[in-house]
Design a protein around this ligand. Structure first.
Ligand code: PLP
Length: 452
């Protein structure tokens, strides 16, 4: 007799033996899961033969599509040559050496040093440990507090989740003490009645000044920000935001870390988001596009000052006692070298710039809908915010899950996009064509019509 307790379908098997994170579990009990088998260009295909245009680029990262031949070849060649190694005990692979040189070359800095991790969370975690380490080595061990912003997303490890400004982390009893969240610089939502955008930005800067005075500059280790908040719902900063806050941080000697996990390597139309917003950080955090999603990898890229300070701090006690088994994995490095080349030299970043006006026009058109309060974005990342009342900007009741309903309707019609709060987020792959753009907007418009 066959054991009928063993689920037969892929969808049931996925639910039975795997635990889904970041998933509305009642909704998948009702709708079922999607099990994917392969991808072609910007499309993914499931076990039932259904095709989806992935306007999510996987999770912001599959910017070159799912079957880029050059990336597959780079991975295969490196697996055949040298399938794995770490980057410590004074050893690293030749691919790691080359990637570090390349990352410093394309970084915002004239010189610097790179430290490798397996993810963006670990890269942020590593950066925090570096700051704690170097301040202590320099005789200021009380400089441990980390400043970030509400709605900012920096990852899921205990430290990077503490940096993340999302209320859901309270279920873990996070943030840890010493993580201070400033306001989210979202003028449309957070601006006060009759407050101009310039006044709003000045208020954000004053809040930073007040926070530093309250906490004590000599207790603060560093400030982290995404140039455009991604998982917070694609929130570009208010006009002049970085120009207002960077001088304040500099005056207090607080290192500025640009979390470029989403923005880095092309998403906003330039190599770095800090380039797009014209500010100079002390270090950048990279992941996702770094390998075009073909390998789990993160990197901390230190600018000249932090490189020197870290080197001195480490030499003073002989080592920086930190690293992951797969730090600087040669296959990841070979893929990253190819991915950087593909994005920067084979026209992908150029395509982001070419597609941006069309993307913006499509978003602006959808934002005319009576239940879309705002569209916002930069380069090829954008969000449509659903509102119950467009004039008063009153949101829908949270339990209506409007954005989930829109995203689920899109999925039914073969389009993957992401519900985030009351917003629908789009971050299409850089290989999109005009035809893909048209398909994306048609399906989204159809979903809006169906839901409202
Ligand atoms: N930082 C930012 C800006 C991110 O968007 C993410 C992930 O989405 C992370 C850090 C964490 O990266 P990972 O999921 O690779 O740990």
């Amino acid at each position: 007799m066959p054991d009928t307790t063993i689920p037969q379908s892929w969808e049931a098997r996925a639910e039975a033996a795997s635990f889904f994170g970041f998933t509305d579990l009642p909704s998948i009990h009702a709708r079922g899961t999607v099990v994917l088998t392969h991808g072609t260009g910007p499309y993914v295909h499931d076990t039932n033969g259904k095709t989806y245009l992935d306007a999510n680029s996987g999770l912001w990262n599959m910017v070159a599509g799912f079957d880029h031949p050059g990336l597959i070849e780079a991975a295969q060649a490196q697996y055949a040559r040298f399938p794995g190694y770490h980057a410590f005990f004074g050893r690293m692979s030749d691919q790691t050496v080359q990637l570090s040189e390349k990352l410093v070359e394309v970084s915002p800095f004239e010189r610097g040093k790179v430290f490798y991790t397996n993810s963006g969370s670990e890269a942020n975690d590593t950066m925090v440990k570096m700051l704690w380490f170097l301040w202590a080595a320099e005789g200021q061990p009380e400089r441990r507090k980390i400043l970030t912003r509400k709605n900012g997303y920096h990852g899921v490890t205990a430290v990077s989740a503490s940096m993340t400004g999302k209320p859901y982390n309270s279920v873990f009893g996070l943030p840890l003490p010493g993580f201070v969240h400033l306001s989210c610089p979202h003028y449309w939502r957070e601006g006060r009645p009759n407050e101009t955008e310039a006044e709003f930005t000045a208020r954000m800067a004053q809040e930073l000044e007040d926070t530093i005075a309250r906490e004590g500059a000599d207790t603060i280790a560093g400030f982290f920000a995404e140039p455009v908040m991604g998982a917070g719902g694609v929130i570009p900063p208010s006009e002049g935001y970085f120009q207002a806050i960077v001088p304040i941080l500099r005056r207090h000697g607080i290192p500025i870390i640009s979390d470029e996990v989403i923005c880095g390597f092309g998403r906003t139309g330039n190599t770095w988001g800090c380039e797009t917003y014209d500010f100079m950080p002390d270090a950048v955090i990279s992941s996702k596009n770094l390998t075009a999603g073909f390998f789990p990898m993160g990197a901390v890229i230190l600018g000249p000052e932090l490189s020197d300070r870290m080197q001195n701090a480490a030499e003073a006690i002989e080592e920086f006692p930190h690293g992951f088994t797969a730090s600087g994995h040669p296959v990841g490095c070979a893929i990253a070298l190819k991915a950087i080349d593909v994005v920067m030299n084979e026209g992908l970043m150029e395509n982001v710039r070419t597609l941006t006006p069309r993307f913006e026009a499509g978003m602006a058109e959808l934002a005319k809908h009576p239940h879309i309060g705002e569209w916002r974005g930069k380069g090829l990342m954008g969000a449509l915010e659903a509102v119950h009342d467009k004039d008063t900007r009153t949101p829908f009741a949270a339990d209506l899950s409007i954005s989930e309903r829109i995203a689920n309707t899109c999925t039914d019609h073969g389009l993957i996009c992401r519900p985030l709060g009351q917003s629908i987020v789009l971050c299409p792959p850089f290989i999109m064509t005009d035809a893909h753009m048209d398909e994306m907007f048609e399906k989204l418009e159809g979903a809006l019509t169906q839901v409202f």
